[in-house]
Design a protein around this ligand. Structure first.
Ligand SMILES: C[S@@+](CC[C@H](N)C(=O)[O-])C[C@H]1O[C@@H](n2cnc3c(N)ncnc32)[C@H](O)[C@@H]1O
Length: 387
């Protein structure tokens, strides 16, 4: 769908387009931009998201991934060292000793690769291996110890080797997709907070900001920070974005630093953001749940979200189309009309609304135990224009 939207906008403007995704995540829109040969700028607060996007950009740029995979596999197969090379609070809880030894061998072999781009792709395969092989359940984004009877986890080396095989196959398919592309596009991805990111932004091209933002704070909707924490503790810090160390000091730091992650000054924030959106004002006024915490979290998130949109408008000033796909989550047993709120926020910031397209989500990929996410069955794509 995002690819079709990009095509429609590119067709309708009489100028070259450059794509921006300020909540780039693992880079769905990055890939859609790249296969169309369009320049791309991405932002995300999560260091693992940025690493994944850098790996995708490296693949696009022709990194020798077969060579990197061969080096890594040959190196760890010869490694008989039994040391565990990382240490962080909870290491023994989340990793059995054999898993930690195997991961250390993988880590050493990846770190010994000369090519930084090859290392970045390999780290993403290690991250996926860690997701499956740690003692945390795979059915939820939160860190939750698996039950002893839960046998879903895999052994480290076979899981990694399967990940390598799958990646090589998909990379071959990707190369086929971009085979006929005339010129390789430029890619920039930044680990930062949309509320204060400062970017050099004048490309002379028509800007298309297209994104799927968080629907609520990263703690109570999808805790992306917590989800990425274990992998980030294993990846060599020299290959992570600069902003990373503070963000992984605990499993919660990234989620706290994300939109809506802090309730500091929430009363003032709520008062300010109510003036931006009549629908949000009504939502906050109508809460009779007796659980003000939920409403306060919604207010804190909305304040941060519009703050981020304002910074993006100022950063990427000038003529632009914005396409934002939103979902309406539930808080305190009440649906939060984020689609209408977001639309009002865009108008407040000076955008001209063009369209709001709703679609049902028959197969939204969600972890089975995330009740917040499971309730999102439709999404609305808002299209607006800044003159
Ligand atoms: C719904 S996800 C984006 C998913 C993405 N479209 C994809 O396909 O993978 C929202 C993203 O917003 C990021 N995020 C949350 N707060 C942020 C902030 N203050 N600045 C930048 N990114 C933030 C999260 O880390 C998460 O990756």
């Amino acid at each position: 769908m995002q690819g079709d939207i990009i095509d429609a906008v590119v067709k309708s403007v009489d100028q070259q387009c450059a794509i921006v995704d300020p909540f780039v995540g693992s880079g769905t829109i990055l890939t859609e931009a790249l296969i169309r040969g369009l320049d791309f700028t991405g932002i995300d607060i999560n260091p693992l998201a940025i690493l994944v996007c850098q790996a995708k950009a490296a693949i696009d740029d022709g990194v020798d991934i077969e060579g990197a995979a061969r080096h890594v596999v040959e190196t760890y197969r010869l490694d008989v060292t039994e040391t565990i090379d990382v240490n962080f609070p909870g290491l023994e809880k989340w990793f059995d000793q054999p898993a930690a030894i195997a991961l250390s061998r993988l880590r050493r072999s990846i770190a010994s690769l000369q090519d930084v781009d090859g290392r970045k792709v390999m780290w993403t395969l290690l991250a996926e291996t860690i997701r499956v092989c740690s003692n945390s359940r795979t059915s939820t984004y939160k860190l939750h110890k698996r039950a002893d009877t839960d046998k879903t986890g895999g052994a480290v080396i076979p899981t990694f080797e399967e990940n390598v095989r799958r990646a090589l196959k998909r990379i071959a398919e990707y190369r086929f997709l971009i085979f006929n592309r005339p010129t390789p596009p430029g890619v920039q991805v930044f680990c930062g907070d949309v509320r204060n990111v400062v970017l050099e932004s004048d490309t002379g091209k028509h800007r298309l900001l297209i994104t799927s933002p968080p629907y609520g704070d990263n703690r109570t909707t999808i805790p992306y920070g917590q989800f990425s924490y274990l992998a980030l503790r294993w990846i060599d810090p020299r290959d992570l974005p600069q902003a990373t160390p503070g963000l992984i000091s605990t499993s919660h730091t990234t989620d706290t630093a994300s939109l809506g992650g802090s309730l500091k000054d929430v009363a003032q924030k709520a008062a300010m953001v109510r003036g931006v959106s009549p629908t949000l004002d009504k939502f906050l006024a109508s809460d009779r749940s007796g659980r003000p915490e939920g409403t306060r979290k919604v207010a804190a998130f909305m304040f941060d979200f519009v703050d981020g949109l304002r910074n993006l408008r100022d950063t990427f000033s000038g003529q632009a189309h914005w396409v934002i796909t939103t979902g309406n989550r539930t808080a305190n047993g009440q649906q939060v009309p984020f689609d209408d709120i977001c639309s009002e926020m865009l108008s407040h910031l000076g955008a001209r609304p063009i369209a709001a397209v709703k679609r049902k989500l028959p197969t939204k990929r969600m972890p089975s135990k995330n009740s917040m996410g499971a309730m999102i069955t439709a999404e609305t794509t808002l299209v607006a224009e800044f003159a």
